[in-house]
Write a protein that binds this ligand. Structure first.
Ligand code: PLP
Length: 402
């Protein structure tokens, strides 16, 4: 039993789902309507165009599935690949692991490249595997841009450069579930062939939409793709979406929410959104440093601007910190998954979030750590983040005294 709701706000920093923006909550409060009416395309058609801007793709085609992010993985793989197809999948956390496993379960021949958890995709290693594949048996490279389980961001542009240097036609598939709409992502410029995301992270919506953006090259791979599919077939969506409809009943309130989410991101400006996430992440890192703790991400080049995975000292269990944070302070922190279970806790700092909200989470993490015996200096993380936030404000918010 969840028990009675505590007074005040629940501090949701798991890092998924994220806070649903108030405007989005209101936008989703709609009566049901006929999704085959003549005016329905007025809602849907602009969504596809706006989504392409979010992915930074001019020539791609956007798809919206009533699913979580996993559905978008499945749609992407089954619509473009056949059993037996070889794909490279760097694996360095729970989500890169699950994506590779999904491919295996669809009969693909997955070449897993295991990397240390706390690091990310290794472009050199990918390039070497592709260069050795003289007959072009490898059909795709699958990279999780931001590994939510470890707080690691991989360099997608460098992976594209490695594919090009090997002169290999493999498609570049990218999971942007915890990056798109929060961390810089440039589908066309980075030569990404197919990218996916979900509604419940940077888009500030509840879970329930699996979103893909697919290049013309990846769309061409649909021809002859023999993986079994039905509900998640791109082809059915292409037919129905052309006139603004869906092949089945769409998740109507989420579509209204998505329209509002895209408007909110556009009003703030994507570059400002990315800068805000950078600032929030750096403030969190300053707090971690002040606590004398380390991130799971092994080097600054891997640091994620949407989630920080914080290692607890040996002899302590990250799960205890999470439990006490939730029960005593109404703060939801993310757990360590699989290989890193118990070794860390995560603070998600993405979506509809600002400095003072994040300071609440940092304060709560600090109190919870002390409660379980991790004797970080009281106030040290909060103070370090505060001072960073004060100095890192955008120019337009500077005050005369500064
Ligand atoms: N990929 C990444 C990077 C994720 O963080 C997640 C979930 O958190 C997924 C994929 C799976 O998405 P979902 O749980 O929405 O199916």
């Amino acid at each position: 039993m969840a028990g009675p709701r505590k007074p005040g706000s629940n501090f949701l920093f798991v890092p998924w789902p994220t806070n649903v923006h108030d405007r989005i909550l209101r936008a989703m409060h709609v009566p049901m309507e006929d999704h085959r009416s003549s005016i329905f395309p007025e809602l849907t058609k602009p969504l596809y165009e706006e989504l392409k801007k979010l992915f930074k793709s001019k020539d791609g085609q956007a798809f919206i599935f009533p699913s979580s992010g996993t559905g978008a993985w499945e749609a992407s793989i089954t619509s473009t690949r056949s059993p037996g197809d070889k794909v490279i999948a760097p694996r360095f956390g729970q989500f890169s692991h699950l994506w590779a496993e999904l491919c295996t379960r669809h009969g693909l021949d997955v070449i897993v490249q295991d990397e240390d958890w706390g690091t990310g995709a290794n472009p050199e290693r990918i390039g070497e595997a592709l260069a050795a594949d003289k007959t072009h048996k490898i059909k795709g490279v699958l990279v999780v841009h931001n590994e939510t389980a470890t707080g690691v961001t991989s360099d997608i542009a460098a992976v594209r450069r490695a594919i090009d240097a090997a002169n290999h036609p493999a498609l570049l598939y990218v999971d942007g579930v915890s990056s798109i709409g929060s961390i810089d992502f440039r589908m066309d410029e980075w030569g990404v062939d197919l990218a996916i995301t979900g509604s419940q992270k940077g888009l500030m919506l509840p879970a329930g939409l699996g979103i893909a953006c697919v290049s013309q090259k990846a769309l061409a791979a649909m021809e002859g793709a023999k993986c079994r599919k039905c509900y998640f077939d791109f082809a059915d969506h292409i037919k129905a979406n052309a006139s603004g409809y869906f092949p089945y009943t769409p998740a109507l309130p989420l579509l209204y929410g998505l329209r509002e989410a895209l408007a909110i991101l556009d009003e703030e400006g994507l570059d400002n959104v990315f800068a805000r996430h950078q600032r929030l992440a750096e403030g969190t890192r300053r707090a971690v440093d002040a606590w004398g703790l380390k991130l799971c991400a092994k080097e600054p080049k891997w640091y994620s601007n949407t989630v920080s995975a914080i290692l607890v000292p040996q002899g302590y269990n990250g799960g205890d910190v999470i439990d006490v944070a939730f029960r005593r302070y109404n703060l939801a922190l993310g757990a360590g998954l699989s290989q890193v279970a118990g070794k860390l806790f995560r603070i998600g700092h993405l979506g509809d979030l600002n400095e003072l909200m994040l300071l609440g989470a940092i304060a709560g993490a600090e109190m919870s750590m002390r409660d379980v015996g991790i004797m970080v200096e009281p106030g040290s993380g909060v103070a370090a983040a505060q001072e960073y936030f004060r100095g890192a404000q955008p120019k337009e918010t500077r005050v005369a005294a500064e």
